[in-house]
Design a protein around this ligand. Structure first.
Ligand code: PLP
Length: 397
């Protein structure tokens, strides 16, 4: 097993994240917690449109034994892969083909299988993680390879520049990993910076893994779009239905990359998935083919309203020094200053003792003494109000 003693940032982030999740999801209090921390919408906030539920239950509502998919191809149903390539091409003005797509059992699973492939005979090489980030999805890297983090400061809104990343690449670097939009920041990285990063890494023979799970509920006026340059042979994009369609329980995502990485039943990702879980969950086949492009736009408005409410309430608290507005998804970050709580973790503990869940950004690899918290606003108004009220009272003392 490769030693990762060198990356204190990642180790500490994992430890904190684990501790925080275990407290938030403690079965003794789980149902009574005001949920502004879990990074997932409270059930009922976004009722699934009828078109979703019909397509999700298709096989069952038709009752047709013949139509049920049961097992399916190792890389995913070909019609689904075609639908995904079409969807991506429309979204990003690209020319992907189904050979660039493999279905996986959620983004976390996809990322870890990709790491397995890339580090199979390269355990002395490193993954360079751009923090603060969702380390949880990178866990396998600990046992597969070396691990190094670079931390992007809050005065850059946690958004890396090409220079931040390229100046840190070493001979050991085999993979650069970041989330776009960022988790916890919810900020997109400008496309021009990603283009520069992808091109330069390609020249150096370094892969770029982009976790796009938070690319949902956009608050931007203009659609965020890459362009065909994103098809660079070294870029591996990971996507999932977990946030975009709030269907995390279906454990389905896809990897979109060069066909050498995607492979087939005899090589690459599809071979690995095929001999690992057999095939990704086919239960969403019909949904994907029919609904992928039908993302309910009204969800963006529901989220935008919650975001504005949470931001307004937070800004009324004198001890809250900065609120960072996200571009997408349902998390925002804020900085506090308090004589009583000198770390984000101490505030987390005080909040959870009062049954309010918010995440300390140290769980994503930021300095705990910098006192940044992540608030998930995918909750009903009364929860946002109550949670922020408790926060305000704690910070007043
Ligand atoms: C950035 C990021 N990647 C991956 C995941 C997990 O995705 P999945 O449920 O598809 O494994 C999450 C969930 O919070 C996330 O925020």
């Amino acid at each position: 097993m490769a030693s990762n003693k060198q990356d204190k940032t990642a180790k500490l982030a994992y430890k904190t994240f684990r501790y925080v999740l275990d407290r938030i999801y403690d079965p003794k209090i789980q149902n009574r917690v005001i949920r502004l921390g879990g990074g997932y919408p409270v059930p009922g906030l976004l009722p699934l449109p009828k078109s979703f539920t019909e397509n999700l239950t298709h096989y069952y509502s038709t009752g047709g034994q013949k139509e049920r998919p049961g097992y399916d191809s190792e890389g995913g149903n070909i019609l689904v892969r075609q639908a995904i390539a079409r969807y991506e091409n429309r979204k990003h003005k690209t020319n992907y083909t189904p050979e660039n797509v493999a279905l996986v059992a959620g983004a976390t699973y996809g990322t870890n299988r990709i790491l397995e492939i890339l580090f199979r005979n390269n355990s002395e090489k490193e993954v360079l993680a751009v923090a603060p980030t969702f380390y949880k999805g990178l866990y396998r890297a600990f046992s597969l390879c070396k691990f190094r983090s670079i931390v992007i400061p809050a005065n850059q809104n946690f958004v890396p520049t090409a220079n931040n990343i390229l100046s840190q690449v070493s001979k050991k670097t085999r993979v650069v990993f970041f989330c776009n939009p960022g988790n916890p920041s919810g900020k997109y990285i400008p496309q021009s910076e990603i283009k520069k990063i992808a091109e330069n890494l390609n020249r150096l023979g370094v892969f770029l893994i982009i976790d796009e799970v938070q690319d949902a509920f956009s608050f931007l006026k203009k659609d965020y779009r890459y362009g065909n340059w994103i098809r660079s042979a070294n870029v591996i994009r990971i996507r999932s239905v977990s946030k975009l369609f709030t269907l995390a329980e279906f454990r389905l995502g896809y990897v979109i990359a060069d066909k050498k990485i995607i492979g087939d039943n005899h090589r690459g990702l599809i071979e690995l998935v095929g001999y690992d879980i057999g095939n990704p969950p086919p239960v969403l086949n019909y949904f994907f083919i029919n609904t992928l492009a039908d993302y309910p736009k009204q969800w963006d408005k529901i989220m935008a309203r919650r975001k504005n409410l949470a931001m307004k309430l937070l800004k009324q608290i004198p001890a809250v020094k900065k609120v960072l507005e996200p571009d997408a998804c349902f998390n925002l970050t804020f900085k506090f200053s308090s004589w009583k709580f000198k770390t984000d973790l101490s505030l987390f503990n005080a909040l959870i003792d009062k049954k309010v869940a918010m995440m300390p950004v140290s769980g994503f690899g930021y300095d705990t003494k910098e006192c940044w918290m992540r608030l998930t606003f995918a909750s009903p108004d009364h929860m946002i109000k109550k949670g922020v009220e408790v926060l305000s009272r704690l910070l007043k003392r």
